[in-house]
Design a protein around this ligand. Structure first.
Ligand SMILES: [Zn+2]
Length: 412
């Protein structure tokens, strides 16, 4: 090898995985370092990945990987680095410059054949990707239709002959709203697991409160189901467990989509004052406490993630007191998702709030872990902040949530 060629190869060795990935036109996922995707050479789903922090790449389909840009470029472009012409061509790609004159190049014919193979592979990958996306859309649409079907077949909780919904909210929250958003059913099926043929299994059926997840056009995209057992205080929910593992199952379920949506409880989204938090019960209890104001829309986000949205990774912090024992037996502080919203987030990474909303009262969950909840509430406030919008955060008494406060107030 001439000096010029040696230098050329050394230069190529110095190219980072990240720089080479950009030159090769590889996809960067939303994640920070790890970027999975179909292999440009072998195809498949998430078969290929590169990591810009570990300076590594690998292809599960091809069973290869390494820690240099040259090898990654060679695999993506279908070059053999064990051959001198393949190695030099790969170096040329990551450096973005021609091989110095004294080096061997692949013949024009070989290059044409290789380019053609790659083009065919690219077309295959695109077609496979489009097909997967279409079947995912179809699946989501089917789930949304099922969720709409469950919700729309039921009657409004406040007027239904079926009294379980009203009794449940009366006992949990001290009252219920005079609105038609929340519905109730006498026999709502709890599906869990699958039989031998892969069909869903009906584990339980009973009375349940059902709420929609709606988007700004008020169309339901999903539903939230709470099964009710009035004989089981203090939560008044049935005890459900997995028949094979005995593991306790939540008595609440979501069907269809919730991402970006919200659960309406009382009032109309046109109101300029909105009040809500994570769960339906807290929103109802707070509404009962302030008498369901006519100028207010009461809502629930369904969970903390949908209320606050994702956190900026750099705002993660160590919990001041909570510790967890790691694999080496060392107690380390629990890391908490921080108060800063992630930059470049999608609109549906958290529930929607109408642009016209002037006052957004966020209800904190007092019986959840305090530090984590506080960080999430601060994040929700930052995310939903607009010029001229007030966003007070309301905390219940320590160790309580609003529904327990409402119940204890009612019985005093
Ligand atoms: Zn591959």
């Amino acid at each position: 090898m001439s000096e010029a060629i040696k230098l050329f190869v050394e230069d190529a060795r110095a190219v980072s995985i990240e720089a080479a990935a950009k030159i090769l036109g590889l996809k960067f996922s939303g994640k920070r370092y790890e970027h999975p995707q179909p292999c440009p050479h072998c195809g498949g789903t998430d078969t290929f990945a590169f990591n810009t922090s570990k300076e590594k790449w690998n292809c599960r389909a091809g069973g290869v990987g390494g820690n240099d840009a040259i090898g990654m470029a060679a695999h993506c472009e279908g070059l053999d680095v064990k051959r001198r012409d393949g190695l030099l061509e790969a170096c040329s790609i990551v450096l973005g410059r021609d091989i110095p004159d004294e080096g061997e190049r692949e013949s024009d014919e070989d290059r044409r054949a290789r380019k053609q193979r790659l083009e065919e592979r690219r077309v295959q990958n695109d077609a496979a990707f489009a097909e997967r996306a279409a079947s995912q859309d179809e699946f989501r649409e089917r789930e949304r239709n099922k969720a709409r079907g469950i919700y729309q077949s039921l009657t409004a909780l406040r007027t239904a002959a079926q009294m379980h919904g009203r009794f449940y909210l009366q006992r949990r929250c001290g009252g219920y709203p005079d609105a038609t958003w929340l519905r109730v059913g006498a026999d709502v099926t709890y599906w869990h697991g699958q039989d031998e043929r892969g069909s869903p299994l009906a584990l339980y059926s009973g009375p349940a409160m059902v709420a929609p997840f709606i988007m700004p056009d008020l169309v339901p995209i999903g539903c939230h189901i709470t099964w009710i057992d009035l004989d089981r205080p203090p939560k008044f929910r049935p005890e459900l467990s997995d028949p094979s593992t005995g593991e306790l199952l939540p008595a609440k379920k979501m069907r269809g989509s919730k991402k970006g949506g919200l659960i309406p409880i009382a009032g109309h989204p046109d109101c300029s004052r909105w009040v809500g938090g994570e769960g339906i019960e807290n929103g109802v209890a707070f509404g009962v406490w302030e008498g369901f104001r006519a100028d207010t829309f009461y809502f629930a986000a369904g969970d903390l993630g949908n209320l606050a949205g994702p956190a900026e990774a750099s705002s993660r912090f160590a919990h001041p007191t909570l510790k967890k024992v790691d694999a080496k037996g060392v107690a380390r502080p629990v890391m908490v998702a921080g108060p800063v919203p992630k930059a470049d987030q999608d609109a549906d990474d958290a529930m929607w709030i109408g642009d016209h909303v002037k006052e957004l009262v966020l209800l904190a969950d007092g019986d959840s872990e305090r530090v984590m909840t506080a960080a999430a509430m601060a994040r929700a406030r930052a995310r939903h902040a607009r010029l001229g919008r007030l966003i007070p955060i309301v905390w219940p008494r320590a160790g309580y949530d609003f529904s327990r406060m409402a119940v204890e107030t009612g019985t005093e």
